[in-house]
Design a protein around this ligand. Structure first.
Ligand code: EPZ
Length: 417
């Protein structure tokens, strides 16, 4: 089990390049199954969730290789429409493969996904939408056996909740279906527009992605393409939070501030200086930070649930009281235990977390509870006095490309053992 050893108290200073987006790369890699030809994906992050997706693609019969940050996937010969339990267990996002494999083969068997346990991760919205498109789904002992008579048929689908994964799964199932699919109350996250842009470049006919009403006109087949994955807005925000927490100055390049209009103002409320250009952010933080107005996590374009943990960590030493309301996941405060052991003063009541700023944090031995919670513990450890040891780093490696190298490059004292 690897650990990160962090000696806190060092200000950050320097320039960081934003990695490609995990939450865009994963559905786009699943979408490659639909193309039947070679697909070249640039700016693909080197993270374990992407490696898991590559393993699933290979298991399905695709040729998949990775060179630097470029993934090459050829799905000409899909030989299987079943995804093994242990591959599905590796990450929650494998559920996207359901829509893609169904769209390509008309059949798919898989077990219900694993991933971070942020509370129960139901897929009811995914399944009720696919049933409307003519999919017969047998749910038995934690597995799904899905098939369609002839082809998937387009349908009008109103989502009960703007689920990101369900929106993406429906798009994947609809691009090769008979007729037109209209999704209302669709999720509006930028990663969905990136998936649609990729598929349209492969010959799909998708309109309105990024908005709450998406129309997909089914086409006969797709072809391959070359595509550049969008920047990871959550990874970018993580490194801003690390700088806010430890103090210092950061230039972040190859990012897309227009995806972050719900996050950047929070750093300004803390007292940080944020100067955003179209693909670059100049950021500086002076201690002490100020507490901010209550933060409610919402679907896009609201404040993203994925940023809650590390923004909370940056606020642990801010003067005053900050409040979070976690509206998206039931169990997304698992990082609070580690933060309070570092000396943070946080009270959690259900969805609400109240943070009283304390002047100092202390290094401790702790464990990453999940992907973004782990990033939150790193964010706080950079500001803590003394040495912190964060184990279960595999959670963090699911979504961050070489986090210790990135932070070392801007002056942090952090090592992986
Ligand atoms: C995506 O997860 C992201 N993952 C998550 O990022 C992100 O937190 C989430 O969207 C919200 O933005 C990827 O894109 C790979 P949802 P997803 O379906 O699709 C409930 C990270 O840290 N729900 O929008 O699973 C669900 O339980 C990860 O990078 C149902 O009830 O999110 C949750 O409470 C974590 N039934 C809420 O909706 C369903 O059928 C949001 O889920 C589907 C979802």
């Amino acid at each position: 089990m690897q650990k990160l050893i962090i000696n806190g108290g060092k200000k950050l200073c320097g320039e960081i390049r934003t990695q490609g987006s995990k939450n865009a790369a994963l559905p786009i890699m699943a979408a490659a199954v639909l193309c039947g030809e070679k697909v070249v994906l640039h700016n693909c992050p080197k993270i374990s969730d992407v490696y898991s997706a590559m393993r699933i693609l290979t298991y399905l019969g695709c040729k998949a290789s990775f060179d630097g940050n470029t993934a090459v996937i050829n799905s000409e010969n899909i030989s299987c429409s079943e995804i093994s339990e242990e591959l599905m267990r590796e990450m929650r996002s494998s559920i996207f493969f359901l829509g893609a494999v169904l769209g390509r083969t008309g059949r798919c068997r898989l077990s219900l996904p694993g991933g971070c346990d942020l509370g129960p991760r139901p897929v009811d919205i995914h399944l009720s939408a696919l049933r409307k498109m003519g999919v017969r789904i047998k749910e038995e002992y934690g597995g799904l056996d899905c098939s369609v008579e002839k082809k998937l048929t387009g349908a009008k689908i109103a989502l009960s909740f703007p689920s990101v994964g369900a929106t993406e799964n429906i798009i994947l199932a609809a691009v090769l279906a008979e007729g037109t699919t209209v999704i209302s109350n669709a999720a509006r996250e930028p990663e969905i527009a990136d998936l649609a842009d990729f598929l349209n470049r492969c010959g799909a006919k998708i309109h309105g992605a990024g908005g709450s009403r998406i129309t997909i006109n089914g086409v006969k087949q797709l072809h391959g393409c070359e595509y550049e994955i969008m920047p990871d807005r959550i990874a970018c925000a993580t490194y801003l939070a690390c700088t806010a927490s430890a103090g210092g100055e950061l230039i972040v390049t190859d990012c897309r501030p227009s995806d972050m209009e719900n996050i950047l103002p929070v750093f300004e409320q803390m007292g940080c200086i944020v100067h955003a250009l179209d693909s670059k952010i100049f950021f500086s933080a002076k201690y002490p930070l100020h507490a901010v107005a209550p933060i409610r996590t919402m679907v896009y374009p609201g404040f993203p649930t994925d940023a809650q943990a590390f923004v909370m960590a940056a606020l642990c030493r801010a003067k005053g009281t900050s409040v979070f309301v976690e509206n998206i996941f039931e169990n997304r405060y698992k990082h609070v235990g580690g933060l309070t052991r570092m000396g943070a003063d946080i009270l959690v009541e259900g969805k609400v977390a109240v943070i009283e700023g304390t002047p100092r944090l202390y290094g401790v031995k702790t464990e990453a509870p999940d992907l973004r919670g782990g990033a939150g513990l790193v964010t706080a450890a950079l500001a803590a006095e003394g040495t912190s040891e964060i184990s279960a780093v595999h959670h963090i490696d699911r979504g961050y490309e070489e986090i210790e190298k990135v932070l070392t490059s801007v002056g942090a004292d952090i090592k992986r053992i």
